[in-house]
Design a protein. Structure first.
Length: 101
């Protein structure tokens, strides 16, 4: 299962931590993992383009993003990503959980 946890304080997103595998399909053909990966890599690439004070940590099975900026654009990106992940969860809740810390 993919577990996505995000932290909000005073109405601002502080972090997003996504880890695990959906195990929806065979390795390399898992549509849920591919969808989540696409969303997260687009998010990280967009953050890189902004060059804001955002920390991104990536390992084989985990991506963590922490916002240390005061950028409204970064906040909008966080919101968009969380909405996208929740949309996947609505249809495939046995394979992905999105929750607030």
């Amino acid at each position: 299962m993919i577990k996505a946890k995000y932290e909000v304080k005073d109405g601002s997103y502080l972090s997003l931590d996504v880890k695990g595998h959906a195990e929806y399909g065979e390795y390399g053909k898992d549509l849920i993992c591919a969808s989540v990966s696409s969303i997260l890599f687009g998010f990280m690439n967009a953050l890189d383009e902004l060059q804001e004070n955002v920390e991104i940590r990536q390992s084989e099975n985990r991506i963590t993003v922490e916002d240390h900026s005061s950028s409204s654009t970064v906040q909008n990106y966080f919101e968009l990503v969380i909405i996208q992940l929740k949309t996947i969860e609505e249809s495939y809740g046995n394979f992905i959980k999105v929750e607030r810390k």
